[in-house]
Each structure stands twice: as C-alpha cells, then as structure tokens.
Design a protein around this ligand. Structure first.
Ligand code: ADP
Ligand code: MG
Length: 143
C-alpha cells in the first residue's frame, strides 16, 4: 500500500487499512504508525476508531500514553491507542499492562512513535509510515 492523500481522504485510508488487517486470534493485532509530529498519526487513528464504531471521542493519549476504547466491530472489541512519544524506558510499559494487552485477541492496538518501543512490539505486526508536505500526506506500508 502506498497512497497520497489530503485530510478529507483519511476515512478512506482508514477503511483500506482495516480491510488489509488479518485479525490475530492468538493475541492483539498491532499496527505501528510512524511519522513526524503533525504527520497525521492521531488523525488516522481517529478515523480508524470511527470505522471500528468507537462512540467516545478519541483524543491524543500523549500524556497518558495509552487509551482504551470499546468498539462495535465484527473482529475487534477494543481499540488501544498508544502514544509512545514520552516513553524513555521499556520499564514504563509494565504499569500500562502492555504484555497483557498484547495477549488479548479481538484487540486492535495502534502505536504512535513505535520506534520508541520497538523492542516491545511483537514481531508479527503491521507497520505504516506517514510523511508530509503541506497538506499532502503519503502513507506507505512498511511491514
Ligand atoms: P500526529 O499525531 O502525527 O502528530 P496529528 O494527526 O495530531 O499528527 O495532526 C495532523 C495535523 O495535520 C492536523 O492538524 C491535521 O488537521 C493536519 N493535516 C493537514 N493535512 C492532513 C492530512 N492529509 N492528513 C492528516 N492530517 C492533516
Ligand atoms: Mg499524535
């Protein structure tokens, strides 16, 4: 997948990403979204949340690191939105219950700043990178 898009296309990008995910039955399905500040990682996560039927307003979890939302979707019951920007050490993942989250099937985990916790991301995950130039965004699948 490789797409250039403007903000109003984000819903279509989210739909495309959801359609290519094969939900993991043995644990959480993990999607890493890489990109600079302002690239559109949170904007995309909000669109994914909308597609999953999340009723709550999704806000950037920068200060709380991870937020959990119940979904209304055939394959996923829970969306976990993780923003690893402020994580300095993998030790900080313990109190968040990261290992437990990763063991939960029917859970979609979106990780912003995955490079901060790369050693704690399961080998079997999806990885997208967003780059930006003005209002144009390009998203490509890396893994
Ligand atoms: P990140 O989480 O990657 O730091 P955000 O999603 O919080 O980025 O912010 C992206 C910003 O860029 C928002 O202010 C959004 O309105 C703006 N924007 C402009 N064009 C786009 C686009 N094509 N896709 C996503 N966001 C866009
Ligand atoms: Mg963000």
């Amino acid at each position: 997948m490789e797409r250039t898009y403007i903000e109003s296309d984000t819903a279509a990008i989210a739909k495309e990403i959801l359609s290519l995910l094969a939900p993991n039955n043995a644990g959480a399905t993990v999607v890493a979204v890489e990109g600079d500040l302002g690239a559109g990682k949170t904007t995309l996560t909000k669109a994914l949340a909308h597609e999953l039927g999340v009723a709550e307003t999704v806000v950037s979890p920068t200060f709380v690191i991870a937020k959990f939302y119940p979904t209304n979707h055939a394959s996923f019951d829970t969306l976990v939105h993780m923003d690893a920007y402020r994580i300095e050490s993998l030790d900080e993942l313990g109190p968040l219950g990261w290992e437990t989250v990763l063991q939960q099937p029917r859970t979609l985990v979106i990780v912003e700043w995955p490079e901060k916790i790369s050693d704690a991301i399961p080998e079997d995950h999806y990885h997208f990178a967003i780059s930006h130039d003005g209002d144009q965004r390009s998203i490509s699948r890396k893994k």
